[in-house]
Ligand binder design. Structure first.
Ligand code: F6P
Length: 320
């Protein structure tokens, strides 16, 4: 019988609880023991864990945050603390550790795998979607929807009062959140860390939009961009765009009930993590990369049955 540990680490992301639920229930279905470490990697160092049963993950799929809490453990960056964590893990005799978190958490998992005989499986969870190869990350979809919800409200007042609004979104050094929020909100422009915006061009565009009859503009600024909201506002004022307001959405984007997409992704990845544990897989991160757009001949639509995903259908009962 296997014993699995779970932890959530780094910035929390909506859907982490859904992933915990899926791992716990899938483990218990196989009669494995499953425990949860509290406060991310700090919980490994301090040996703080809880035993899970089926009911302890009841009624959590719909909640943001993490019932295991998280940390950005500074101690875990130091080898001496990682060795303490590894020793603790070896003592309580677990086979595999499932780490739910973002890029920094995956780096921590890779380091840990060097110091212990325990196998490590990661599940990508971050609102930033800033992990190469991985594609979708748990929490990203919810964060965009949360941002859109707020920006739609800003749009109402921007249009009514004919004011230019700068909206700062999160994303660390990655522009994904700003890009999708920008498309979804119908923003006039987005500033992202990956591309330096030309303020001359941007201001001309805003002025032309306003001249053409548009009422109010929305400019999205990702947090890692070369200009923050205040600096951009100053620069636009120099170009005679005078009526500007700034809203920073901040941690609102990290909270709230996970979207359908995040609950499903978290459930799938949590279930897959236990499969990886069964296969004794080590040092991996599970991924479900985004599909690309394809051209499909129309006549194929007629002849191809629209199959449901049976494995997703079965997941309802497996995790119930
Ligand atoms: O990684 C998620 C994230 O919300 C980033 O978008 C942001 O840069 C960072 O975490 C904020 O971290 P903290 O909550 O520790 O201030």
């Amino acid at each position: 019988m296997k014993k699995i540990g779970i932890l959530t680490s780094g910035g929390d992301a909506p859907g982490m609880n859904a992933a915990i639920r899926a791992i716990v229930r899938s483990s218990l279905n196989k009669k494995f023991n499953v425990i949860g470490f509290k406060n991310g990697y700090d919980g490994l160092i301090d040996n703080k864990f809880v035993n899970f049963d089926r009911r302890s993950v009841g009624n959590i799929i719909q909640h943001g945050g993490s019932i295991l809490y998280t940390s950005r453990s500074l101690r875990f960056l130091e080898e001496k603390y990682r060795l303490i964590a590894a020793k603790n893990l070896d003592k309580i005799d677990i086979d595999s550790l499932v780490v739910i978190g973002g890029e920094g958490s995956a780096r921590g998992a890779k380091e840990l795998a060097k110091d212990t005989k325990i196998k490590v499986v990661c599940i990508p969870a971050t609102i930033d979607k800033d992990m190469p190869l991985v594609g979708k990350t748990i929490g990203f979809d919810t964060a965009i929807n949360t941002a859109l919800n707020a920006i739609d409200k800003i749009r109402d007042t921007a249009t009514t009062s004919n004011v230019t609004h700068i909206v700062e979104v999160m994303g660390r050094n990655c522009g994904w959140l700003a890009i999708l929020a920008g498309i979804g909100a119908g923003a006039e422009a987005a500033l992202i860390p990956e591309s330096k915006a030309d303020v001359d061009i941007l201001s001309k565009r805003v002025i032309n939009q306003l001249k053409s009859g548009k009422k109010g503009c929305i400019l999205i600024v990702a947090e890692g961009s070369h200009l923050n909201g205040n600096v951009l506002a100053e620069k636009l004022k120099e170009k005679r765009i005078l009526d500007i307001r700034i809203t920073s959405l901040g941690h609102i984007q990290r909270g709230g009930n996970p979207s359908a997409a995040d609950r499903v992704l978290a459930s799938e990845l949590g279930y897959a993590a236990v499969k990886s544990v069964i296969n004794n897989t080590n040092n991996v991160i599970l991924a479900k990369p985004l599909d690309k757009i394809k051209e499909i001949p129309l006549n194929k639509l007629k002849t191809t049955p629209n199959k449901i995903d049976k494995s997703l259908y079965n997941l309802i009962n497996i995790l119930a």
